[in-house]
Design a protein around this ligand. Structure first.
Ligand code: GDP
Ligand code: IMO
Ligand code: MG
Length: 431
């Protein structure tokens, strides 16, 4: 099988970017299929660090085609800046390396404004969104008044669409939140520039991807966010506004489910979350602060400190079921060196009832008390390990206990941010 899907198995920032970049050398195409520039995927090669928000994490490999599928919401301003930034550094020099789907929905400035104004007005009850307009853009898509990339090329249709969105959404922005909506004229003028810049990249990517799959080429689907942020299966309402599980590849890239076989879930060796919402294994202070400091747990998109806690097997098990994980990548194992003992949540106690799955009610989850198992830690620095045998026995036991609890083989262990700081147990395309 030549198709591999990579998804986050926790609350995001698991190291998806690193793993996608590591495998993209062997992929012909890397496809983003959902989310937008709420994502921040970090790639480290030697001393060079790159953070991509929209462009797939395969971009550092010039022979790898990068696709933004129809399920992605695109802020063209951010995309243009990202393209230019990469080009200045010598990447993406061939326009054929980037393909943008005609059906992808556009984020407009008013979506960003609504996202931020709504968060401000919610005060303490805010979701802690990234403020990038992701939610409002998906709302307009579902309301069937959204504008798509293809619409940029029909000036009259685009203008009428913008006028309608500004009329409807501007009312809420102004009357409810006291903001000032941009004029349709200003938006049309700004977006004409993006149309001209992005034009060379726009195409029907669903058929491009279908052709590659039919030709047996290696296609990698790069998830953004993660299972617990999925709008249906995550910790609703503290989620993002799209489906993030592997099934979203079908709708978000226009690929039939029968093509999707192998799915690699990415999980940290502990847990982090950025933004509000329940987090049963959260550690405030002490070990939590140490994880944040040693793991550099600050958001790649917003710079916010990430909340940190113990590995939660309940969460990752749920992700494994939802996405049908055929393999699990454990990242940031190096960060756990020197912590004694280590703890893993194996189940929850929800008011006297044992839960082996994540409760659906957000208030039940907020009250869930993790049931922990303790494991021995280790002190060795793991950065130089390239084979499982290079790891101390306690680290090997920790990984195999996770494997047992999740019921999914661990096929990759990451011991540092750099591309090569990786222990590869199996060829990802042959999991
Ligand atoms: P993504 O959103 O899933 O792509 O993850 P992010 O890039 O937002 O966050 C992961 C962070 O951890 C980035 O700063 C990576 O460079 C870093 N990272 C990834 N894998 C490892 C690892 O194994 N060890 C360490 N120490 N850092 C890692
Ligand atoms: P990557 O792909 C971590 C979180 C936000 C907030 C919630 C909703 O880098 O793993 P949104 O802006 O999507 O409406 O915010 O989702 N969130 C992420 N958290 N990693 C991400 O992406 C995230 N994208 C969104 O912090 O809690
Ligand atoms: Mg991230």
């Amino acid at each position: 099988m030549s198709v591999l899907v990579i998804v986050g198995a926790q609350w995001g920032d698991e190291g998806k970017g690193k793993v996608v970049d590591r495998f993209a050398a062997h992929a012909d195409v890397v496809v983003r299929f959902m989310g937008g520039n709420n994502a921040g995927h970090t790639l480290v090669v030697g001393n060079e660090k790159t953070v991509v928000h929209l462009i797939p994490a395969g971009v550092l490999h010039p022979q790898t085609i990068c696709v933004l599928g129809n399920g992605v919401v695109i802020d063209p301003k951010v995309l243009c800046e990202e393209v230019e930034g990469l080009q200045k550094r010598g990447y993406l020099t061939d326009p054929a390396q980037l393909r943008i789907d005609e059906r992808a929905h556009l984020i407009l400035p008013i979506h960003r404004m609504l996202d931020q104004a709504r968060e401000r007005s919610l005060g303490e009850r805010s979701l802690g969104t990234t403020g990038r307009g992701i939610g409002p853009a998906y709302e307009d898509k579902a309301a069937r008044r959204g504008l798509r990339v293809i619409d940029l090329f029909d000036e009259k249709y685009f203008r009428e669409g913008v006028e309608r969105i500004v009329a409807e959404r501007g009312l809420v922005l102004e009357k409810l939140y006291g903001g000032t909506a941009p004029t349709a004229d200003a938006i049309c003028e700004e977006y004409a520039v993006y149309r001209d810049r992005l034009g060379p990249y726009v195409t029907d990517t669903s058929s491009l991807v279908a052709d590659k799959i039919a030709a047996g080429r290696r296609v990698l689907f790069e998830g953004a966010q993660a299972a617990m942020l999925d709008i249906d299966h995550g910790t609703y309402p503290f989620v993002t506004s799209s489906n993030t599980v592997a099934g979203a590849v079908g709708t978000g890239a226009g690929v039939a489910p029968r093509h999707i076989g192998r799915v690699l879930g990415i999980s940290k060796s502990y847990t982090t979350r950025v933004g509000a919402g329940p987090f049963p294994t959260e550690l405030e202070g002490g070990v939590g602060a140490k994880l944040r400091e040693v793991g550099g747990e600050f958001g790649a998109t917003t710079g916010r400190p990430r909340r940190c806690g113990w590995f939660d097997a309940v969460v990752v098990r749920q992700a494994a079921r939802l996405s049908g994980l055929s393999g699990l990548a454990i990242t940031k194992l190096d960060v756990l060196s020197g912590i004694h003992p280590l703890k893993i949540a194996v189940a929850y106690d929800c008011e006297g009832v044992r839960y082996d799955r994540v409760p659906s009610g957000v208030r039940s989850l907020a009250r869930a008390r993790p049931i922990y198992e303790e494991l021995d830690g280790w002190d060795e620095d793991l950065g130089a390990a390239r084979r499982v045998e290079d790891l101390p026995a306690a680290a090997r036991r920790y990984v195999s206990r996770i494997e047992e609890l999740i019921g999914t083989p661990v096929t990759l262990i990451s011991v540092g941010a750099e591309r090569e700081e990786t222990i590869l147990l199996r060829d990802p395309f042959l999991l």
